[in-house]
Design a protein. Structure first.
Length: 140
């Protein structure tokens, strides 16, 4: 169902008003607080969701900033980026105060074909209190 035209603001891009890519209500009420307002993700799961959203929105600065220094790529481009279709968190396990794993399935489309990325990602919380992505294992 289409939104009434009267509720649209001329200055707010539609993207901000749409459902958050990670599955949250709207981007403004979900991952924007991490991507655009500098809030700290309170858990590895929240960080995982925000990083997925950053991939969808091609926000390289945020992705690099939330990547552990020792595994972080020097640069990130989105030249071959797929079209992301959605995120499903399967499990979130925090083993201690500064280590956690998040298992997820992310849907995407390449060349018109829908694919699934099923990964268990590792995260750590640094001394600055921020969770960061380390690496992940792919499921078949
Ligand atoms: Zn979100």
């Amino acid at each position: 169902m289409a939104r009434p035209q009267t509720s649209r603001s001329a200055t707010t891009p539609d993207l901000e008003r749409d459902a958050c890519p990670c599955g949250g209500p709207t981007f403004d009420d979900c991952c924007a607080r991490y991507l655009e307002h500098g809030d700290m993700a309170p858990s590895a799961e929240a960080l995982m969701r925000s990083r997925y959203t950053a991939f969808v929105r091609h926000n390289a600065a945020y992705l690099l900033d939330t990547w552990a220094a020792r595994t972080r790529p020097a640069t990130l481009d989105f030249d071959d980026a797929p079209q992301w279709l959605g995120l499903q968190i399967k499990a979130h396990r925090q083993s201690d105060a500064s280590h956690a794993e998040v298992e997820f399935v992310a849907g995407y489309k390449v060349g018109g074909r829908a694919q699934r990325l099923h990964e268990r990602s590792r995260f750590e919380r640094s001394d600055d209190g921020r969770w960061r992505y380390i690496d992940g294992d792919l499921f078949d």
